[in-house]
Ligand binder design. Structure first.
Ligand SMILES: Nc1ncnc2c1ncn2[C@@H]1O[C@H](COP(=O)(O)OP(=O)(O)OP(=O)(O)O)[C@@H](O)[C@H]1O
Ligand SMILES: [Mg+2]
Length: 316
């Protein structure tokens, strides 16, 4: 009898110590990832509670391929207040869920984040942007708590706003993942992760506002999310025609023959073209107002050879 009590006591102690060690290791890892100072900081400081005003968003002309253009135009039309209200009322009267969760997926630099901003600007909706790496807490149960808090803050913002704001989960793959099949040897960390995913799924199920999540890795999301995202837009790399338009918009002083050649020769993403355009602007300033075509061509070659994204050189 006494032996059983001692054994149970030891097992209990070992469990407590194991969880304690895991917590400490997890905290250290998260701390180095997030560069946060202390877990006792105000948890709401992990995301910006202030809405980004749609009026502060700079207009950017975006160029998409036909499929994306149609999907984005449709989404903008849905989110125009008049239509949005009517749709919400109709869904409500039919006892259907009113929430609009949209998933923007695609390779880096294809304009997912910028599109979310431009949609907000066009539909006059403010943005509640969630900095996801910071949502990831250090201790067991913390992530789920913070996620609930985010949805709570959004709900409050929605109630206080004339137009429902957009809840933006940028780079959502850091938050929205897959649930892990648990077995008898499951780790506590897996159980915690599953609990987090279940909370997000639940919150999305009850959601009645506008959510946009962007990701490079939609395949890493649990199947259960598929149904919860009503609109999914896949951002493809821009076509030659779109690339030419992006070049002409970002570097309007370049001869159109050159932008045509660059568009035909490099299958860059909009983000890559923007980077080259920014470098070109810097060069323009430091060289006293001159930008040579050869400099831009050299930047393209550099981006093609050294860029992280694999790009195909098509032509010359
Ligand atoms: N289709 C496009 N038309 C015009 N400009 C574009 C387009 N795509 C990207 N850009 C330019 O590239 C910049 C970066 O794009 P953005 O940050 O939206 O890409 P992203 O898809 O969110 O990338 P990531 O997956 O790396 O976060 C934009 O601000 C814009 O200037
Ligand atoms: Mg982005």
């Amino acid at each position: 009898m006494i032996e059983n009590i001692i054994t149970s006591f030891f097992l209990g102690m070992m469990l407590v110590i194991t969880i304690w060690i895991i917590n400490i290791r997890r905290a250290a890892r998260r701390k180095s990832e997030n560069n946060e100072t202390s877990p006792s900081e105000d948890p709401s400081s992990s995301f910006d509670k202030n809405l980004i005003s749609y009026e502060s968003i700079t207009t950017k002309k975006m160029f998409y391929n036909t499929k994306e253009t149609e999907a984005i135009q449709k989404l903008i039309s849905i989110l125009q207040e008049e239509n949005y209200r009517e749709i919400q009322n109709r869904l409500d009267s039919k006892g259907m869920r009113k929430g609009f969760a949209c998933l923007f997926s695609g390779t880096p630099g294809t304009g997912k984040t910028e599109t979310a901003y431009q949609i907000a600007r066009e539909t006059k909706r403010n943005i509640l942007r969630v900095d996801i790496p910071k949502i990831r807490g250090m201790f067991f149960g913390e992530d789920a708590k913070k996620i609930k808090e985010v949805f709570e803050i959004y709900k409050k913002a929605m109630e206080e706003s004339t137009l429902a704001p957009i809840l933006l989960f940028n780079e959502a793959d850091a938050l929205i993942g897959k649930r892990i099949e648990l077995g008898s040897t499951s780790r506590a960390a897996d159980m915690d992760e599953n609990a987090t995913q279940n909370v997000i799924l639940q919150e999305m199920e009850n959601f009645s506002g506008i959510l946009i999540a962007t990701t490079n890795l939609p395949q890493n999301m649990d199947k259960a999310y598929e149904r919860r995202f009503l609109y999914k837009i896949n951002f493809e790399k821009p076509s030659k025609e779109s690339r030419r338009n992006i070049w002409n918009t970002l570097l309007p002083d370049l001869p159109v023959e050159l932008t045509g050649e660059l568009a035909a020769s490099y299958d860059f993403s909009g983000g890559q073209i923007e980077n080259i355009a920014r470098k070109s602007e810097v060069e323009f300033i430091i060289s006293g107002g001159i930008l040579l075509s050869n400099t831009v061509i050299q930047y393209c070659k550099d981006e093609n050879e050294n860029g992280f994204n694999t790009t195909r050189r098509i032509g010359f």
